[in-house]
Design a protein around this ligand. Structure first.
Ligand code: NAP
Length: 198
């Protein structure tokens, strides 16, 4: 079990690395419906003053991410999408799946991990990777923040309310002060917020 009492500054390893939590959520703060469906991610809004998502820019940006970390349920969703022909969203970047179960491994870039998350991030990931992205779901994002591992939170809000579902930070139980770094509206109606964890 991870030592949840460890303070943030001690939890951070000296290596020059950055841990970012990123997810896309509804305006009411959900990342998926209760049953895990994300059908609402496709919205039809238009905001004329917003930026366009240029595929070249997105591709160049994705190249700056060195590895991904996700919970097992997010991994299962990704496998399901892949099986339905929607592809694998994480390229050939190393992808670490947190799980205590024996899950299918469909590609060499996927590695499974269980146990102390603080030691895993600080001793294993931070010395090897500069830009470490936690890409969900709500359980893992909350754990990452609770353990003081995150440097940055990127919250992309879609123009939709879905009423109920899995929260961006599931069962988060304390205050975390953030510093707003960037706000970017897109012509799809999505607003991308970037915060530094204080
Ligand atoms: N909108 C978005 O941007 C977005 C992004 C990501 C995901 N999602 C959606 O969110 C849903 C999944 O989120 P979720 O909150 O239910 O689950 P999750 O965070 O993806 O996965 C939670 C599971 O990961 C495992 N785990 C967590 N911490 C661990 C640790 N330290 N060591 C070992 N295993 C650990 C545990 O499962 P085991 O039983 O395997 O141990 C835990 O039940 C899916 O529907 C997905 O589609 C949406």
């Amino acid at each position: 079990m991870a030592d949840e009492s460890q303070p943030r500054d001690e939890a951070r390893a000296p290596a020059d690395s950055r841990v970012t939590i990123h997810m896309v959520a509804s305006l009411d703060g959900f990342i998926a419906r209760k049953d895990g469906r994300v059908d609402w991610l496709e919205t039809s809004d238009e905001f004329s003053g917003g930026d366009t998502m240029d595929p070249g820019v997105v591709e160049a940006f994705l190249k700056t991410i060195d590895c991904y970390v996700m919970g097992s349920r997010t991994y299962e969703t990704a496998l399901h999408f892949e099986a339905r022909g929607f592809g694998w969203s994480y390229g050939d970047k190393p992808t670490f799946v947190l799980t205590s179960r024996d899950l299918p491994r469909t590609r060499d870039s996927v590695e499974f991990h269980s146990g102390d998350l603080v030691r895993f991030v600080n001793d294993h990931l931070r010395p090897r990777f500069r830009s470490i992205w936690f890409v969900g779901g709500g359980v893992v994002s909350a754990e990452c923040l609770r353990l003081g591992l995150a440097d940055e939170v990127r919250y992309s809000i879609l123009p939709i309310l879905i009423g109920d579902g899995i929260r961006f930070f599931e069962k988060f139980d304390r205050d975390v002060a953030l510093h707003l770094m960037e706000v970017k509206p897109y012509n799809s109606g999505m607003v991308a917020l970037r915060y530094e964890v204080r």
